[in-house]
Design a protein around this ligand. Structure first.
Ligand code: DMJ
Length: 461
């Protein structure tokens, strides 16, 4: 492994496109791509909005997990802060070339992040935001302090997998390893492969990936023998399904995403087989075409019976996954639906009945998935349609969600009233994908990385 670290240090500059001096974000250097040059001012605007969001975090929530922009107060998930926003935002600022801001986040994280508090945390949220953020920070910046924190955190989180089935409990106490939350779901069981696999590659300890993969294989084996679908609630002690509603929505979404991405990131052929087989089931039973428009709804996992024609902001990731898996036709079609969902009220709702087009839940949490898919669609098709779509998404974010002291979620897209929270994923994901969509491709070499579900780029080896 020692050899590996040396090699990594030497290679860090070359793998990230922009090179160490620029730290990314130098769109003007992209002379060859005149179309991209037209969008460079938009990339600059996104960067300014990130700076604005970060400055308000610094001013009103420094040292805490997130900012409440309306009350100008900090928000913490648990009794102690885990510095969600600085960890989540670091790589975005690094890629944008916001050097001073990235340095301040780095200092805060290295000086004060503690991962040994006596408190029970969501192993899923802490894995995707913190572990993913620390690993990506290490791969970009090279400071071993990030890797030390990531390894310490990984060693604590992995205790969540000590269940009779090997599928992780939902919560783990960072200090004691005590677990709770036996009723879990595919997303919270299957969204650790990329982070644990990267930790394995960086430390040489194979147990991280083995543990995460065993849980995913177990979950996959519990799919319905008849349809191949998974449900939305499973008991990790007994392996019994407790909620049999199947969808690509929240609670299941990133389980599928990681099957595909673990194959891409690690070349894991088992994951490819599980993805291929899951995709057949999802397309067969969950896809639903209404008046020529493609959606993915909710079905009973064993019978495929239609339960609800629901689709929402979280489901929007699937267009990008389809594009990444090579199905550009379905990907384009689904991204057209994503755009339609966004335009319905001017911002996308959390949940939509796509048959009646009635908004069932109008909350908008500053979610990234629609912009994320737009970024993938543009990458794979180079169709300017997606640049224009992304421009509209970004402009409506500025129009409706920007407040005097940061960006705010929206209580209901039918009245656009702001809610007092700026989630860390707005800085990790939403603005990162917007920036990468408009910026020079030299900012980040797409073919060298796979983004974890929180948009932290992890390097393909
Ligand atoms: C993020 O934390 C991740 O993208 C996760 O996979 C889903 N929820 C949020 C963003 O919407």
């Amino acid at each position: 492994m020692r050899k590996h670290f040396l090699a990594l240090g030497l290679l860090l500059c070359g793998f990230w496109g922009a090179g160490c001096h620029h730290r990314g974000g130098d769109q003007s250097a992209d002379q060859k791509d005149s179309l991209r040059a037209e969008y460079a001012p938009l990339a600059d605007s996104v960067k300014e909005e990130l700076r604005f969001a970060w400055n308000n975090y610094v001013r009103y929530a420094w040292g805490h997990d997130a900012l409440r922009p309306l009350s100008r107060t900090p928000y913490d998930w648990y009794a102690h802060s885990l510095l969600m926003t600085p960890v989540d935002a670091f790589d975005t600022m690094w890629l944008m070339g916001l050097t001073a801001e990235a340095d301040s986040a780095k200092q805060l994280v290295l000086d004060s992040l503690r991962v040994d508090y006596h408190m029970s945390v969501s192993q899923f949220e802490v894995t995707i935001r913190l572990l993913g953020g620390l690993l990506s920070a290490y791969e970009l910046d090279g400071d071993k302090g990030f890797l030390r924190l990531a390894t310490d955190l990984g060693n604590r989180l992995i205790k969540a997998f000590r269940s009779p089935t090997g599928m992780p409990y939902r919560f783990v106490n960072l200090a004691t390893g005590a677990v709770s939350g036996k009723r879990s779901n595919p997303a919270e069981i299957g969204t650790m492969l990329l982070e644990y696999g990267t930790l394995t590659q960086l430390t040489g300890d194979s147990s991280y990936y083995k543990t995460a993969k065993k849980a995913v294989v177990t979950l996959f084996k519990h799919r319905s023998p008849r349809t191949g679908l998974v449900g939305s609630g499973i008991n990790v002690e007994t392996g019994q399904w407790e909620q049999t509603e199947s969808s690509i929505s929240g609670g299941i979404d990133s389980y599928y995403e990681y099957l595909l991405k673990a194959w891409k990131l690690f070349g894991d052929e088992d994951c490819k087989r599980m993805w291929d087989s899951s995709l057949v089931a999802v397309n067969r039973y969950l896809s639903d075409t209404v008046g020529g428009t493609l959606w993915y709804g909710h079905r009973q996992m064993d019978t495929g019976t239609v339960l609800q024609p629901l689709y929402g902001a979280l489901d929007a990731f699937f267009a990008g996954a389809l594009a990444m898996s090579g199905d550009t036709i379905r990907a384009r079609s689904l991204q057209a639906s994503n755009d339609k969902m966004w335009r319905l009220a001017g911002l996308e709702p959390e949940l939509l009945n796509y048959r009646t087009m009635h908004i069932e839940n109008g909350y908008y949490a500053l979610r990234p998935e629609n912009l994320e898919s737009c970024y993938y669609l543009y990458h794979y098709t180079k169709d300017t349609l997606y640049l224009n779509m992304g421009r509209n998404f970004f402009e409506s974010l500025v129009r409706y969600c920007r407040t005097a002291h940061g960006y705010a979620a929206i209580k209901d897209v039918r009245n656009m009233l702001p809610d007092d929270l700026m989630e860390s994923f707005f800085l990790a994901e939403t603005l990162k994908y917007a920036y990468l969509l408009f910026a020079s491709e030299k900012t980040l070499d797409f073919n060298q990385v796979i983004f974890n579900t929180e948009a932290h780029p992890l390097r393909i080896r």
